[in-house]
Ligand binder design. Structure first.
Ligand SMILES: CC(C)(COP(=O)(O)OP(=O)(O)OC[C@H]1O[C@@H](n2cnc3c(N)ncnc32)[C@H](O)[C@@H]1OP(=O)(O)O)[C@@H](O)C(=O)NCCC(=O)NCCS
Length: 181
């Protein structure tokens, strides 16, 4: 089954919220308390917040779809003139390890490179071994670790950085199709 990767539109908001809720609850079931997850999802993934994020300038928001259904998304922000941040990337657990994450990275880092962004940062929970392996596979380098509160819980985060042109696909045309799954 092929996946389509394209910029998000306002019509994608309910699908993004659904993927976020499910993927968050699976990924962080053991590491983030349910009430903190719920509070964060209500704030960061309300339809209102997502509409604002998609409309905002200096952002790149992409979705991955299978037969018109959102199965993943990635949201990049410009931090400073020449720096950007991968603010969130989530692929529904039923669709992971099929190249969607890689395709979402390729299109986002490619867009950043085309827009003059030199480096992209991402923060990931220290104990999120799968996501850390994913970033390290594509050349993100560990820069520091730090702590941040999520509700009433201190989360240990690892910050990674990559020069956007180090990502293999940004030197070519960004990939828009993930591989078959
Ligand atoms: C991390 C995530 C975005 C990766 O997306 P994906 O579509 O599953 O990743 P891809 O299929 O493109 O993986 C590419 C490569 O990254 C590495 N990788 C990806 N997930 C991995 C995992 N769980 N464990 C080890 N390596 C992994 C592998 O080398 C993989 O290649 P392979 O499948 O040929 O071995 C996705 O798994 C996800 O949404 N996870 C839960 C949410 C999350 O942690 N988001 C990041 C928060 S900062």
């Amino acid at each position: 089954m092929e996946y389509e990767i394209r910029p998000a539109t306002l019509a994608d908001v309910p699908g993004i919220a659904e993927v976020a809720r499910h993927t968050w609850n699976v990924t962080y079931a053991q590491s983030i308390a349910a009430h903190n997850r719920e509070q964060f999802l209500e704030r960061a993934y309300s339809h209102y917040a997502l509409r604002q994020a998609i409309r905002r300038e200096s952002r790149w928001f992409y979705v991955a779809l299978q037969m018109e259904t959102v199965v993943g998304f990635a949201h990049y922000l410009r931090r400073f003139d020449a720096e950007g941040e991968l603010a969130r990337i989530y692929v529904h657990p039923d669709h992971q390890r099929r190249g969607i994450g890689r395709a979402l990275l390729a299109i986002g880092l490619g867009a950043m490179a085309a827009d003059g962004v030199g480096r992209c940062y991402v923060s990931v929970a220290v104990d999120n071994a799968g996501a850390r392996a994913f970033y390290e596979k594509f050349g993100f380098r560990l820069r520091r670790t730090y702590g941040r509160f999520l509700g009433d819980q201190l989360i240990h985060l690892a910050e990674y950085v990559i020069p956007v042109t180090d990502f293999p696909d940004t030197r070519q045309r960004p990939t828009t199709r993930a591989r078959r799954g």
